[in-house]
Design a protein. Structure first.
Length: 262
């Protein structure tokens, strides 16, 4: 079995998320179609995280396993061959040789998401931001965001799959809100995330910024289980899977947007 580690970036606007679905365009689906064209043997392709419909990735990882090769091929040849077949909004940044046992999801130790809120209308980045016309109190939003660090029950901030039993407890290693030009950026890092968790957090942070909710209101959502946050779910356009960490990798350190507005 031959295994490679793929580093991928994509704009998720046109896709129904990462995971393969019947009768829907997905990132994993496009990658798998390309892999089937490149390799004649059995192919397995799995990602580090399942981004939702419309969500982007600055850095996603996947493992690619091929049962047999007709000829020797280098990682760089695989990268170029994939990119010749993939649509314009999916790009393989790097291909590396890796251990046969490497699993992009199970071996990842931390994931970072970054959400971009634009404080002005933009002609070029509509698909990459959430434009909020109201004046936002950044200080209050920062105070609320800081409360997320630590182990909390995120029941109020997620969409539960009723067919599965899952814990809503998540330990957040990092949570920060900063500005970069005309953008207000929210970054959060944890070992895993729940469905719609980041977008609902951002939606309530925006309400805190507008003055429609207080920092205490935000804190109560961490203490008590309620479905009140669902109607404030932020749109997927501003959300990026920013970084996936494996043992020894450094977390993001700069207070910079994924795509700053000029």
């Amino acid at each position: 079995m031959h295994t490679w580690k793929l580093e991928i970036e994509y704009e998720g606007t046109r896709y129904r998320g990462w995971q393969i679905q019947h009768n829907a365009n997905t990132i994993q689906g496009e990658l798998q179609k390309a892999a089937y064209q490149l390799f004649s043997g059995k192919v397995e392709l799995g990602g580090a995280g399942r981004t939702d419909a419309g969500v982007h990735a600055r850095q996603q990882f996947a493992h690619l396993r091929v049962s047999e090769l007709q000829t020797n091929i280098t990682p760089r040849q695989i990268q170029f061959a994939f990119n010749d077949l993939l649509p314009h909004d999916i790009n393989i940044k790097k291909v590396s040789n890796t251990a046969e046992s490497f699993d992009a999801r199970r071996d990842a130790v931390q994931r970072f998401y970054l959400y971009q809120i634009s404080t002005r209308r933009t002609a070029f980045a509509k698909n990459l931001v959430w434009w909020i016309k109201d004046d936002l109190k950044v200080g209050a939003m920062q105070e609320a965001a800081a409360m997320l660090v630590g182990k909390h029950d995120f029941y109020s901030f997620c969409e539960l799959d009723e067919t599965k039993k899952q814990s809503t407890i998540v330990k957040v290693e990092r949570s920060e809100l900063f500005t970069d030009g005309d953008l207000i950026c929210f970054r959060i890092g944890a070992s895993h995330f729940l469905w719609k968790m980041v977008r609902r957090i951002v939606g309530i942070l925006a309400e805190v910024g507008r003055g429609n909710a207080s920092v205490s209101d935000f804190n109560r959502l961490l203490k008590f289980q309620t479905s009140a946050a669902a109607k404030y779910t932020a749109p997927p356009s501003g959300l990026f899977l920013e970084r996936v960490l494996y043992p020894g990798d450094a977390p993001p350190s700069e207070s910079k947007a994924v795509f700053p507005l000029g």
